[in-house]
Structure formats: structure tokens, C-alpha cells
Design a protein around this ligand. Structure first.
Ligand SMILES: [Ca+2]
Ligand SMILES: [Ca+2]
Length: 79
């Protein structure tokens, strides 16, 4: 299972995932609207829905990274 462990380490090293760790209060690896609202009060609900590319109500690491690039969420360096 060494390959799995390596993959997890690589995922944890992604900037988007590092951001989620600080704002992800229930530690499920996803940001829901309440977590985004709490961590980033400047983000509107419309922006949250725009960042939720698959519309499932939570932001995964990829959606967070895309939102950071789009300027919806602050980049990790601003944390
Ligand atoms: Ca969460
Ligand atoms: Ca989503």
C-alpha cells in the first residue's frame, strides 16, 4: 500500500488542500458554505456557488484551487 500513502502525501502537499485544512472545521477535506462563510466573510454565496463547479454544495481541493486562481478565494499565501 506504499503507492496509496505516497498519493496521500502528494495530495496533502497541494496548496489548495493546505487552505482547506485551515478553513475545514469538520476535517472532511471539503469546504461547505458555512465553512467558507466563517473563514472568508468577504466571499458571497453567489461566489461560493460559482466556485462549486459540480454543484454538489461543497468545494473539493480542485474547486478550491480553481476558485483561488479565479480570485474568488484568497490564495494560500494570504493566509
Ligand atoms: Ca468541511
Ligand atoms: Ca463541488
Amino acid at each position: 500500500m506504499k503507492k496509496t500513502s505516497l498519493a496521500l502525501v502528494l495530495i496533502a502537499a497541494l496548496p489548495g488542500f493546505a487552505l482547506a485544512e485551515g478553513a475545514d472545521t469538520d476535517n472532511d477535506g471539503l469546504l461547505n458554505w458555512e465553512e467558507v462563510m466563517t473563514a472568508y466573510p468577504d466571499v458571497t454565496e453567489d461566489q461560493f456557488h460559482a466556485a462549486d463547479l459540480d454543484g454538489n454544495g461543497t468545494l473539493d481541493a480542485g474547486e478550491i484551487a480553481a476558485a483561488q486562481e479565479a480570485g474568488i478565494l484568497p490564495p494560500p499565501s494570504d493566509m
